[in-house]
Structures are given as structure tokens and as C-alpha cells.
Design a protein around this ligand. Sequence first.
Ligand code: NI
Length: 397
Amino acid sequence: MQTHDPRNDPTGVIAEATSRIEPALIAIRRDLHAHPELGFEEHRTAGVVARELTRLGIPHRTGIGRTGVVGLIEGDRPGPCLAIRADMDALPIAEQSGLPFASTVPGLMHACGHDIHTTTLLGVAAVLRDLAPRLAGTVKLVFQPAEEGLGGMQAMLDDGLLNDPPIDRALGFHNHPEMPVGRFGFVRGAALAASDRFEITVHGKSGHAAYPHTTIDPIVAAANLVMQLQTVVSRETPPLRPAVVTVGAIAGGTTHNIIPDSVLIKGTVRTLHAEVRDLAEQAIRRLAAGMAEGMRTRCDTVYRRGTPPLMNDDRVLDPTVASVRAQLGDVVAEGEPSLGGEDFALLAARVPGFQLRIGSGAPGRADKLHNSAYQPDEACIALGVQALARAAVDALE
Ligand code: NI
């Protein structure tokens, strides 16, 4: 009932509070951008986060998942706990943007926009702190380390992220340069891929290249296997359920007249659905074993499962999308899933979760994530703050 009373409409309050802090947020973002840190090394970044939360009077704990920070904004009345998560780590990329606030650390760059994410969540913290009296429940601000394949979310979960207070819902977000700034996106159900990897060592028997019959050639066997792996997606997984099997490395042999002892094949498997994930693993193991038998080699297959698919839950997605529309207008549209991976999926596998896409494409540019000249439009920070703060207010009011 309250939300129908225009006096309680938070739109103007959130918009004004955000525009007041936007210059400070952009300054923080540029500082973080100039000082990128790799996963689990975000000491300076975590220090900036802790400093800002202290300044805002928001209770927080550092050292959660090694370099992670967790802040709590408690409403005046009891209610559920909504986690909002930002990642903080940079990438081993040498920045080529030419910006005045470009990376000062050789070989490291915020090329995935996690500097934008960290700053956005600090902005959400500032806006929600002032709105806490109208909230029933708690907002848990999750500043996560090491998203880029290093296990930051798992480390935070191992350190009890889900407890004190227990998280009921989780909201994530990522900047999207493919969408112009001002636009937002969502994907229903499976949104990002399970990211698994395999290493297959094909063992043969070395010998003189002129006498192949006295050897067991692992190079021809491995070449066969690489081609057979192309049939996993084309012949075994359902065509309407996406999957990728990529062999990214193959190594063996030293010169032209020696048949080597072994060849190493490395690859990645991306799937959106659990049954396709199982099917791909079974097929790869079976093809390796069958090739080994047929070609007289021996195969050691190491198959490691990484992050699960990110499953967006309608119970978080629908109200969040409605909040973005209520705050900013008709700026949000459904998009397509991606076979990229993201460890927010681990949190969304434990509690209902949703990751919002925030358009960050600057006019006249065609930026891509993980590119050495990536330049997100900084206006996406304030827009993200408004969208996420509104989602939290609507969820807990
Ligand atoms: Ni990222």
C-alpha cells in the first residue's frame, strides 16, 4: 500500500542522492582504475572500500575470502536479507586506453570494469544508508575478490558469507559495453555458462620417425582425438541447448625426426544446462578412452568442473526489472545468454539470485570487455546506483 502513496515514492530521493555523489564516485572509480590489483591481491582496493564504508558509518568486515569486504545496512524494522555483490579484481592486460587515469601498474588493467562495479556498490551503500529508516530487513554489501577464475566467491562462501545474517536473495550486476549506456538487460533462466576444463595426456611410445611401426605415435592419436572432440557438440548434445568444446592448446614433440612419448591436449567446455554439462563430460571421457584403445595409446583424462551456470531466478529478476523501470523508465530489455562464466553463479546456486546487465557502451565506441583499450561510459555508475538502490528499497520496503 505504501508504494502507492506518492509521498513515499523513492524515485526523486534516489535520483537526487545519486546525482549529489556522482562526482565523488567518478573520482573513486578513476583512482581504482589507476591502481588495478589481481585476484586475492586487492589490498589497496579493499582499503578504499573500507575507508568509504567507515566514512559512511556502515559497519563492515574485511578479510572475508582473503581480500573481500562485507558491509551491512540494517533497516529500522526486521525483514529479509538482500545481498548485492560487486567484484573488485583486475586483469593481467597492459592498458592501451591512453586515458589520464590509465593504469599505473605495468601489465595490469581494469579491463572488465570491476572498478566500475566496486564504485557502483559504494554509491548504492551511500544512497541506501540514508534510506535505511524506511527499510524492513538488511542489505549485505558484498565486495568480492578474485572473480577472474581464481575462486573469490568460493573463498567468501567458505568464510561464511551466507551467514550473519543469512542471505535470502542475491543481486549481481555487470557492465555491458555491447549495450549503450542508459540501457539495462536481463536474461531469464540460464544466463551464463558452466565453465569446465579438461587436460588429456596421450601416452605413446617414442622412437625414430623413419620406423613408425616400432613406435606408438601419440601425435597422430592426439590429432584424431581433437577431430573426434568436434563431434561432441555437432552429434551428441541437443542442438537447441548451447555448448562449446574448444581445444585451446596441444603440445608434444620436439623435432621433425622423432616420434615423441606423449602429447598434451587442453580445452574448455561451456554449457548452460546441467544435463548437457554431464553429457559433454561423458562424451569427452568416452572418446578419449575409445581413441586410446583404437590407437594403442593410453590416455590420462583430467576433467575439472569450474563455476556452474548462472541461473537467474524470476523471484529476483521480475521485481528487479520492475524497479529499474520504476526508477529510470522503459530502459530494460531481455537479452540472450552468453557462454562466458561468472562465479556469482555459486551464490545464485545457494539462494535465489539475478544478475542485472548495465549498459556501459560510450557513444561512438564499440568496446569489448577484456580489451586493452576498454573505456566504459562512466555515466553507467550513477545509473547503476539508481537501479540497484531502487531494487533494494522495493525489495525491503
Ligand atoms: Ni567481469
